[in-house]
Design a protein around this ligand. Sequence first.
Ligand code: COA
Length: 143
Amino acid sequence: MIINIRKALFTDIDHILEIEQESINSWTPTQFIQELSNEFSTFLVCEYNNSIAGYIIAWKIADEIQLNSIAVKRSFRKQGIGSRLLSEICKDDSGRSFTSVFLEVRSGNSDAIRFYTDNGFTKTGLREKYYNDDDAVLMEKKL
Ligand SMILES: CC(C)(COP(=O)(O)OP(=O)(O)OC[C@H]1O[C@@H](n2cnc3c(N)ncnc32)[C@H](O)[C@@H]1OP(=O)(O)O)[C@@H](O)C(=O)NCCC(=O)NCCS
């Protein structure tokens, strides 16, 4: 499998929105565009055979990483792309190293919770009704 992980560009946004709409469907185009110029944000895409197969967005503040969004195009799932994106975003960056990565996930999103657990995350808490219609499971991975 030939995959390439690189920084997201403005010209990727339409493809990213397609993946978002078939996955989580909660971010607006404006939110994605803002992440391209947010100084704390790392926004990466995965290209698979020259098409955008997935993306990941995280904020890197001090020595911590807050994972804000990850999705892989449905037809490309279960091939290791999500794990590659996760591992890429956790790498040391321009001489900076990180101690932990944090995230919140809907308690009903069992596929994602299993994916994070398989990738070394543990559950650290629960925020009741964080999403109005669902609780948030808090997860952390020590790096
Ligand atoms: C969660 C998500 C990003 C995972 O992406 P992915 O590319 O499918 O992730 P991976 O392929 O690395 O791992 C997924 C599973 O496929 C398995 N897998 C990976 N490569 C495989 C291969 N070559 N053959 C068979 N299975 C494989 C992994 O072991 C893993 O198993 P699991 O079901 O026990 O977790 C994806 O399901 C998604 O986009 N979901 C919708 C959006 C979402 O919920 N995001 C999280 C919000 S917090």
